[in-house]
Design a protein around this ligand. Structure first.
Ligand code: DX5
Ligand code: ZN
Length: 233
């Protein structure tokens, strides 16, 4: 299990899970302060949720805002594209500062082409699957990805309840990966808080995405520590 290849400058060991605050839950009127605060709190990556109003019933932001965020932080930008036809925008996101670009298996018309496109433009590529999408829809691509994102809520909104059923996909993906000696990291996204984080860590998750639990807490460093938990052996 490993995520350090996704975060070149990290000084944290691979034995610990990484924490990726999702800015969706931040106060956007104070975005620069919010990002600095999670950076100081020990965040390992910054998760950016891009929604198009088609693949999911909500709209957020595009490459222009990613470029602005790129100037505010040194954190790796982990960009989760919840958009149809991601191929039209991949180049723009990478050029504007998205070091990691994750696309949905349900949204791409040609996954192999799109994953390759991310790498050709210099990004790390992630593949996401919704809670009701079986793991066998993505296993053929395990040799071509840097990150597998297992959604633990239906994408579109922050603040939803964790769907524990998806943990079996995390466990199964980890087994396949380890048996094949593949290097990709496993990420989980949706409803992660101090109660659900230990379940995800136990299932073998490498990167926890958390929006509401961090940005609605009174003490960001304490929350990041609580989510990360004790060091893994
Ligand atoms: C959901 C997004 C998540 C979301 C997580 O569509 O992909 O990244 O921000 O938010 P919480 O942690 O509040 O469930
Ligand atoms: Zn997300």
């Amino acid at each position: 299990m490993s995520w350090s290849q996704l975060v070149p400058n990290s000084d944290r060991s691979d034995g610990e899970v990484a924490v990726a605050p999702s800015v969706l839950a931040a106060d956007f009127s104070r975005l620069a302060d919010e990002i600095r605060a999670v950076e100081k709190a020990g965040a390992d990556l910054l998760h950016l949720d891009v929604m198009d109003g088609h693949f999911v019933p909500n709209l957020t932001f595009g490459p222009f805002v990613v470029a602005a965020i790129r100037k505010l932080t040194d954190l790796q930008l982990d960009t989760h594209l919840m958009i149809e036809n991601p191929d039209r925008y991949i180049e723009s996101f990478v050029k504007n500062g998205s070091g990691i670009v994750t696309i949905h298996v349900e949204a791409s018309t040609d996954l192999r082409r799109d994953l390759k496109m991310i790498r050709e433009h210099g990004g790390k590529c992630g593949l996401a699957l919704n809670p009701d999408t079986p793991l066998d829809r993505v296993t053929d691509f395990f040799g071509d990805i840097d990150l597998l994102l297992v959604m633990s809520v239906f994408p579109g909104f922050g603040g939803q309840s964790f769907i524990a059923d998806v943990l079996s996909k995390v466990e199964a993906a980890g087994k396949i990966r380890d048996q094949a000696g593949l290097p990709f990291a496993i990420q989980i996204d949706g409803g992660i808080d101090p109660k659900t984080a230990p379940l995800a860590r136990k299932a073998g998750v490498d990167i926890l995405v958390a929006g509401t639990s961090i940005f609605r807490s009174a003490d960001y460093p304490q929350m990041v520590r609580a989510l990360r938990g004790a060091r893994r052996t």
